[in-house]
Write a protein that binds this ligand. Structure first.
Ligand code: HEM
Ligand SMILES: *[C@@H]1O[C@H](CO)[C@@H](O)[C@H](O)[C@H]1NC(C)=O
Ligand SMILES: *[C@@H]1O[C@H](CO)[C@@H](O)[C@H](O)[C@H]1NC(C)=O
Ligand SMILES: *[C@@H]1O[C@H](CO)[C@@H](O)[C@H](O)[C@H]1NC(C)=O
Ligand SMILES: *[C@@H]1O[C@H](CO)[C@@H](O)[C@H](O)[C@H]1NC(C)=O
Ligand SMILES: *[C@@H]1O[C@H](CO)[C@@H](O)[C@H](O)[C@H]1NC(C)=O
Ligand SMILES: *[C@@H]1O[C@H](CO)[C@@H](O)[C@H](O)[C@H]1NC(C)=O
Ligand SMILES: *[C@@H]1O[C@H](CO)[C@@H](O)[C@H](O)[C@H]1NC(C)=O
Ligand SMILES: *[C@@H]1O[C@H](CO)[C@@H](O)[C@H](O)[C@H]1NC(C)=O
Length: 831
């Protein structure tokens, strides 16, 4: 149900039962307007204060780990206006409530402010705060190419219900939220409140007693590489991003969340247990945490409307589809900013200052205040040159350098594809090149996730049960990401992260100059890519070394539990505690409620829990903390389960993860296997794509295992890149005649998805034209350092990429410059 529409509907009902006060006491337009204005001023001021404070800390190098987390979860652009609208609405209602009670000397809560509002007044508030606009139904009629290309937000993926799965809409719920007060307050907000006769344990206590391990003793995975882990993070950043409010202080009392352990919206600090091994304990010692932003009209503001069903919901800033939003951006504005619009090549912007041995880096951000200026602090070299953060489609791109490396590789692949498509179809304009390359990239990720990644995570049995053959598009399926997926299940891989990011040289050996990096020194360090050998060593490390194995006695490494975002000597964060605190913040139901949802047993005592976990000791320690299995935080319970057969999660998370991906696939009108999205020849070619090929085509790596997710041994030892199949793009070749024909079909049959029609050549502007091949004869460039060639030396290249027929001879190493007829363009892309 759309939260806000129900809120408005409620307003309509109230019309008939009000007014509770006599007419001279009704609120009136001026009162409403002044309340809205005051709320806006309060919120704007809090935002401004917070922004300045953050900038000050970043500039003054006094940035704290909690600032980093907050900045990482900052809403930007349209997400920011969604969050701001919700803050306006909530504060308007709070102010009206307070004023009414002050004026009428009413007891607290004896009357709900909104009972006094007419439907017109509610409409006004919804409109002026911007909340109404968030649920209005957009028209898909004017969306260009709505059957051919995805919009950045994925609005209009579902034509009947255009916001389904779109960016900046609420996370969906598969089970209703459970809050302490029924609508908004997290469990454990009141630390003395008991559930099922037990008080919930402090999350940090659970972390200390269950998750802690020492890094030296972690076990490595015998089958899967660290690429599997970081690919998971990469994939998550296509699907979920939960913003928090930009404000670092409470709206109602001005309390600064960083300075106090008091729980006051939006501050929800993590309390430190007695005898914590690292963190100081005491009434004023806690890790500051900020609640995730609410959706307009849910939680507290709905509470004021007396609608108990309207519990607090959280916002997903990203769209739910596998579309590589982390490369392209999940909002039109960001997507545009990431493009290179200085020419008509359909390219993404690249770094202008640095290259990685000639290959592209991501562009730098131009925001003020540099969170990535970590080099001097980490290296102790006060003269070291700092670089800004990289930007990409997802703001978390700089979170660790392995993730940044994957981002970089896919940026290059987009530009490589756009270039190849231009050679194939010189008449395509920049927009077509961009969209067609982006569309291929989207298919890549769908293939990699479903064919290569998920089977390793949920195991073959769950695959067969829930994620087998593509069942076809079903417009009634809601693809939206579930709160429990983002906040618990898909965080399973936090326990599969190695304490070290491995960097290997061309011989797959530790590089003495730029050795492997402890993870906690790899957060927000883009300078390590720029000045320490680029992305190749990290990619080699990811595919050459195993993942950490999540075992029941070695769960989370210290880099994440004791040193998260530690740059200087301030309270480092604990990702385990954060995951559980976040689950409570979002009102996630408990472990057993989810077991039941999945049709699994619900253990009710030690004996039964011991069976489920296949581990009596662990069950015992969990019950010491929680008292009953019914109280276990779902993330904690989920990661404690033994793996399903051949998977890397237990039965509960296998079910939740598979259920989510099932909906993502079936509810995607533009899924790559949905007939009409690609031609059948294109679909065939796409069945053959591989991550190995992406690595080969976009790095200096010359040999890689066929399946980079599997440990490179046995049948999976590295093979030369020229033995790895490349994407055969010939199915994307569009001759002038087929284009005309397709255009005809397109106008006949509006719903058919067809290849783009050729745009008319621009009248005067110089640009790609049919004689492009005559103009661009330079096939490649190389850097030979000091190895000057003597007159007749020939360098023979073993592989030919984008070679026009007979242009380059692989045996002689000689270019033949004879045939340059422009009609001759049906060249294969493979040698
Ligand atoms: C070095 C590696 C990683 C670090 C430092 C890291 C750190 C974090 C942090 C700080 C958060 C926000 C916590 C909160 O306040 O709620 C987070 C959220 C999350 N992480 Fe990780 N993470 C890493 C790897 C991974 C991996 C491998 C996966 C999954 C396969 C993953 C999945 C998620 C998900 C789904 C979220 C929720 C995102 C959202 O909706 O906002 N992370 N992570
Ligand atoms: C919780 O209980 C303890 C001891 O009974 C008391 O000192 C404390 O003030 C209570 N805390 C809250 C928030 O009610
Ligand atoms: C006002 O909100 C309270 C919750 O505080 C709710 O229980 C009550 O039904 C509402 N009152 C009216 C008159 O709607
Ligand atoms: C950095 O310098 C400080 C003071 O000179 C010293 O105490 C610290 O150990 C150094 N750290 C490293 C990593 O070299
Ligand atoms: C689409 O999904 C709905 C809900 O699961 C189901 O009832 C319906 O039968 C499905 N339609 C098709 C064509 O599969
Ligand atoms: C249960 O644990 C025992 C050892 O504690 C182990 O040998 C066995 O493989 C485990 N079973 C499962 C299904 O994980
Ligand atoms: C896909 O790969 C298979 C086996 O490697 C090959 O036979 C086939 O021609 C490829 N298909 C396309 C369209 O490239
Ligand atoms: C590429 O695919 C086309 C058909 O779409 C086929 O004719 C051609 O042989 C393929 N090339 C290679 C190298 O597989
Ligand atoms: C250079 O190569 C050409 C063709 O192979 C040959 O005719 C010529 O003698 C060579 N010149 C030298 C200086 O080696």
């Amino acid at each position: 149900m759309k939260p806000f529409s129900s809120l408005l509907a409620l307003g309509q009902c109230l019309m008939f039962i009000q007014p509770a006060l006599s007419t001279q006491e009704s609120l009136g337009g001026p009162f409403i307007h002044s309340s809205i204005e005051e709320a806006k001023r309060l919120v704007d001021e809090a935002y401004k204060y917070s922004r300045e404070k953050s900038l000050e800390r970043v500039r003054g190098q006094s940035i704290r780990p909690s600032d980093v987390l907050r900045l990482l979860k900052q809403p930007a652009r349209d997400t920011r206006s969604a969050v701001r609208s919700a803050d306006y609405l909530e504060n308007t209602l709070r102010l009206i409530h307070e004023k009414v009670h002050r004026t009428h000397r009413l007891h607290k809560r004896s009357l709900n402010a909104t009972d006094l509002l007419t439907p017109q007044e509610l409409d006004t508030i919804a409109r002026v705060t911007g909340c109404a606009a968030r649920v209005s139904k957009p028209s898909c009629r004017t969306t260009p190419n709505v059957n051919k290309y995805r919009t950045a937000t994925s609005v209009c993926n579902n034509l009947k219900s255009p916001r389904l799965g779109a960016s900046n809409t609420p996370f969906t719920r598969w089970l209703p939220a459970q809050y302490d007060d029924g609508v908004s307050r997290p469990k454990s907000w009141d630390p003395n409140r008991s559930f099922n006769n037990f008080v919930l344990p402090l999350v940090r206590e659970v972390s200390n007693r269950i998750l802690a391990t020492n890094d030296a003793s972690v076990e490595s995975d015998r089958e899967f590489t660290h690429m599997v882990t970081i690919f998971g993070q990469w994939n998550d950043h296509d699907l979920t991003f939960t913003p928090s409010s930009p404000s670092i202080r409470a709206f109602s009392n001005g309390l600064d969340c960083d300075e106090s352990c008091e729980r006051s919206e939006p501050c929800f600090p993590i309390q430190i247990p007695l005898n914590d091994p690292r963190l100081p304990t005491g009434p004023d010692s806690c890790i500051p945490v900020f609640r995730s932003a609410p959706v307009c009209g849910t939680g507290k503001s709905a509470f004021n409307f007396g609608d108990m069903a309207n519990r607090r919901e959280q916002i997903n800033a990203l769209n739910a589809f596998l579309d590589l939003g982390q490369v392209y951006g999940s909002e039109e504005g960001l997507a545009r900013d990431l493009r290179d619009l200085t020419n008509d090549g359909g390219l993404l912007r690249i770094n202008k200052e640095f290259t990685d041995n000639g290959r592209e880096f991501l562009p730098f951000t131009d925001v003020k205040g540099n969170m990535c200026a970590t080099r001097r602090r980490i290296t102790n070299d006060t003269n070291a040159k700092e670089v800004p953060c990289f930007v990409a489609g997802d703001v978390r791109v700089d979170e660790n350098i392995a993730l940044t490396s994957i981002h970089t590789m896919f940026l290059r692949e987009h530009n490589r594809l756009a270039g190849a498509l231009l050679r194939l179809n010189p008449h395509w304009d920049g927009e077509t090149l961009y969209q067609e390359a982006r569309k291929i990239m989207g298919a890549y990720t769908q293939v990699f996730v479903f064919r290569d990644y998920l089977p390793h995570i949920v195991g073959p049995d769950t695959m067969a049960r829930q994620l087998g053959r593509y069942p076809g598009y079903n417009e009634t399926i809601d693809p939206s990401i579930a709160n429990v997926f983002a906040t618990a299940a898909y965080r399973f891989a936090h326990l599969a992260i190695q304490p070290t990011l491995s960097r290997l040289d061309i011989n797959n050996k530790e590089n003495p100059m730029f050795p492997s990096v402890p993870l906690f020194k790899a957060f927000f360090t883009p300078w390590r890519l720029v000045f320490e050998g680029g992305i190749d060593p990290l990619i080699r490390g990811l595919v050459g070394h195993p993942a950490k194995l999540n075992t029941q006695n070695h769960m989370m490494v210290d880099a994440l539990r004791e040193k998260l975002f530690q740059f200087i000597n301030h309270l480092a964060l604990d990702l385990g505690s954060l995951n559980m605190q976040r689950g409570r913040d979002h009102g996630l139901p408990d472990y057993n409620a989810w077991r039941k949802f999945c049709g699994l047993s619900t253990p009710s005592n030690l004996g039964e829990l011991a069976v489920v976990l296949n581990n009596t000791d662990l069950a015992f320690r969990l019950l010491q903390l929680y008292g009953t299995p019914d109280n276990i935080d779902v993330w904690m319970g989920g990661v404690a389960e033994p793996f399903v057969h051949k998977g890397r999660v237990g039965p509960l998370f296998a079910c939740l993860i598979a259920t989510q991906f099932q909906k993502i696939r079936q509810g995607d009108r533009l899924w790559y296997e949905n007939p009409g999205v690609f031609t059948s020849a294109q679909r065939k070619a796409l069945k053959n794509v591989s991550l190995a090929q992406i690595i080969c085509d976009n790095t200096g790596i010359t040999a890689v295992s066929r399946d980079p997710f599997l440990i490179p041994e046995g049948g999976n030892t590295p093979i030369k890149c020229n033995n790895i199949q490349q994407l055969n793009l010939s199915a994307w070749k569009e001759s002038a005649s087929t284009a005309d024909q397709k255009q005809q079909e397109n106008s006949d049959q509006d719903n058919e998805v067809s290849p783009p029609p050729p745009p008319p050549p621009p009248p005067d502007t110089p640009g790609p034209s049919s004689n492009i091949c005559h103009q661009q004869l330079s096939a490649f460039s190389v850097q030979l350092t000091d190895n000057f060639l003597t007159h007749n030396n020939t360098i023979v290249f073993s592989q030919v990429v984008y070679n026009r027929p007979n242009h380059y001879n692989k045996n002689s190493g000689v270019f033949l410059t004879t045939s340059t007829t422009s009609g001759d363009t049906s060249f294969p892309l493979l040698s």
